[in-house]
Design a protein around this ligand. Structure first.
Ligand code: HEC
Ligand code: HEC
Length: 284
């Protein structure tokens, strides 16, 4: 018994040392030109499927058959999905050929996934794969519209797809919901927890150091620790909750030369993010 345990421990330590060595010496190849090995690919795919199955909620699938929904789904598919996934008779944009894993043809996805699972995947995206989350860009209604369209893909001919496109012209992303001043007041104070989640979906982490947020250790802009206690935002405007919301939505109105772009932050998300920032009191 003693020997057995000792063997297991030795094997475990050996395995972990090998894995650490592969990473430390840079032997693991991150190139997108190298396919995952078959076991790694299978494992990732399996983990993804299990994760979606656990979370998809099939109790709230709306009626997907109505014509209006399908039309809206077509428009959104053309605006946001065909670039990576292609469509009947349509190749995706060349950049997607270089993605690893390659974006799936959604005819297969429509056959394999239930509507609630498609909804979940589109809404939340898939970590480490290049599949974006659309939760902060499209409403639930719009995502269901896309699901309705994807469900139709297996029986949609290239001619029909082209024809539908003529009926509903491709549309750029709708402008983010910017409410009036009165609506702004009605929205009330933001929710700091929701703000912490939202800021992960607006690229803030790619430019700022933000305490408690993994990966947010960039210094393109100033670090945000201690922002709650700073007198001015961007050195130009008094740090009040209202001004912070305005800054987050359009920094250039205060600092025309600012390198921080207008990221299309919606009213609600700006309030929530401002509420989160107001909790960042510590300087370290
Ligand atoms: C930037 C490229 C990109 C865009 C844009 C994109 N996807 Fe994806 N999508 C991916 C990648 C990469 C995967 C993961 C690999 C794969 O297909 O399994 C994926 C996976 C999926 C899957 C799971 C497929 C499966 O069977 O594994 C679905 C469903 C899906 N995307 C739907 C959509 C829809 C609908 C849209 C538009 C709202 C969209 N995607 C936009 C890249 C993209
Ligand atoms: C492309 C990089 C970039 C992105 C993305 C970005 N910022 Fe900034 N941010 C900056 C820069 C640069 C400044 C410095 C101020 C200036 O340019 O006037 C700044 C300033 C700020 C300030 C004022 C800081 C201070 O010390 O006064 C806050 C707060 C802020 N950003 C929050 C955010 C949040 C929240 C997000 C996501 C919604 C975000 N930023 C996204 C680059 C960025």
């Amino acid at each position: 018994m003693k020997i057995k345990i000792r063997t297991i421990v030795i094997l475990l330590v050996l395995g972990m040392t090998t894995a650490a060595g592969l990473i430390y010496f840079g032997i693991y190849n991150v190139a997108a030109t190298e396919q995952h090995t078959a076991p790694v690919y299978k494992l990732l795919e399996y983990a993804m499927r299990k994760s979606v199955l656990l979370r998809a909620d099939s109790s709230r699938v709306p009626d997907l058959s109505n014509e209006q929904r399908l039309r809206s789904g077509t428009t959104h598919f053309r605006a946001h999905c065909v670039q990576c996934h292609g469509a009947p008779g349509v190749a995706p944009e060349p950049f997607s050929y270089g993605m690893m894993p390659a974006p799936a043809n959604l005819v297969a996805a429509a056959r394999e996934w239930e509507p609630a699972e498609l909804f979940w995947v589109i809404r939340h995206g898939i970590k480490m794969s290049g599949m974006p989350a659309w939760e902060y860009r499209l409403s639930e209604q719009e995502i269901w519209d896309i699901v309705a369209f994807v469900e139709r893909l297996p029986t949609l001919s290239p001619q029909e797809y082209e024809q539908w496109g003529k009926q509903v012209p491709a549309q750029a992303s709708p402008a983010p919901a910017r409410l009036s001043e009165a609506d702004n007041v009605a929205l009330g104070a933001g929710d700091a927890k929701a703000g912490e989640r939202a800021l992960q979906q607006y690229l803030c982490v790619t430019c700022h150091q933000i305490p408690g947020v993994a990966g947010a250790n960039r210094h393109v802009g100033p670090p945000l620790n201690g922002i709650a206690g700073r007198r001015y935002i961007g050195g130009v405007v008094l740090n009040t909750p209202e001004n912070m919301v305005r800054w987050l939505q359009n920094p250039k109105q205060f600092a025309p030369l600012s390198a921080m772009p207008d990221l299309g932050v919606t009213n609600k998300d700006a309030r929530d993010i401002a509420a989160f920032l107001s909790t960042l009191e510590d300087l370290d």
